[in-house]
Design a protein around this ligand. Structure first.
Ligand SMILES: Nc1ncnc2c1ncn2[C@@H]1O[C@H](COP(=O)(O)OP(=O)(O)O)[C@@H](O)[C@H]1O
Ligand SMILES: [Mg+2]
Length: 246
């Protein structure tokens, strides 16, 4: 569904190759985990999928249509919701307001200055219900736990009614129990809604538990692409080279 064709990203005027030329197809409805040590290129790859990071070479297409600029890029970005490690919520605003912010991609800059419609409000409440936080709709975000805040992050992504979710280390700052709860929720929602998900993680155990497909990166190169069962010890050692000698 989303095809990256020989896509590469270099920084510092070519001095640093963050992503080697990569060809990969993220299939519709598939839950892919991008696995890799810090600096492997996970964020770079994720952000290239909706061209927040501009590739230095290669291309992105969705269902065969090349995504570069203009209307196709706007539509692609609207269909693609993002979830971040530091959830990027506005802490002093209510949970509901934060979720509604996910609708902004549907409006012009001018329209977004006006109050949201009843329909959007109802949709936002429905999304909060799905993540189990309807009773927190009017609470301030900074009163919630880390795991709850990330569930708000999921609701904000959902209100965008996305076809694709890109999540960049969504559970990196959570304790293990909350991390699993958030991953389970994300997995269930993506399955129910047929959302194509690409989720970066650095924790192997969480990847094994939730991924349908694992794409592993090391030093900007895809070194593995397959199912959890196919992930061998050799690949794991290649993903985490600094731990090899321990
Ligand atoms: N905006 C940037 N400018 C220069 N170098 C960058 C930038 N973003 C990332 N890098 C470098 O690119 C490499 C890959 O980074 P990144 O994609 O953030 O990896 P990961 O998300 O796996 O930790 C790293 O060496 C990082 O330092
Ligand atoms: Mg990163």
């Amino acid at each position: 569904m989303i095809q990256l064709q020989q896509l590469s990203v270099v920084y510092n005027r070519g001095a640093l190759t963050a992503l080697q030329p990569t060809t990969i197809d993220f299939r519709r409805g598939e839950f892919t985990v991008l696995l890799g040590a810090s600096g492997a290129g996970k964020t770079t790859l994720l952000r290239s999928i909706n061209l927040l990071t501009r590739p230095s070479s290669g291309s992105v297409s969705v269902a065969g249509e090349l995504i570069e600029r203009g209307r196709t890029l706007r539509e692609h970005r609207r269909n693609t919701a993002m979830i971040f490690q530091q959830h990027q919520l506005i802490e002093r605003l209510s949970v509901l307001r934060n979720v509604l912010a996910g609708r902004l991609g549907y409006y012009s800059a001018l329209r977004s200055l006006f109050p949201m419609s009843q329909k959007d409000r109802a949709l936002a409440l429905h999304c909060l219900e799905r993540v189990g936080l309807l009773d927190k709709a009017l609470a301030r975000v900074d009163c919630l736990s880390g795991g709850q805040q990330q569930r708000v992050g999921i609701a904000r992504a959902l209100v965008q009614q996305p076809k694709v979710i890109l999540a960049d280390e969504p559970v990196a700052s959570l304790d293990p129990a909350s991390a699993r709860q958030v991953m389970a929720l994300l997995q269930t929602i993506c399955r129910e809604d047929g959302i194509t998900a690409v989720v970066s993680l650095h924790q192997l155990e969480i990847a094994r538990a939730y991924a349908q497909r694992i794409v592993a990166l090391a030093e900007g190169r895809v070194i593995f692409d397959g199912s959890v069962d196919e992930l061998s010890e050799d690949v794991v050692r290649a993903i985490y080279p600094q731990q090899q000698s321990v």
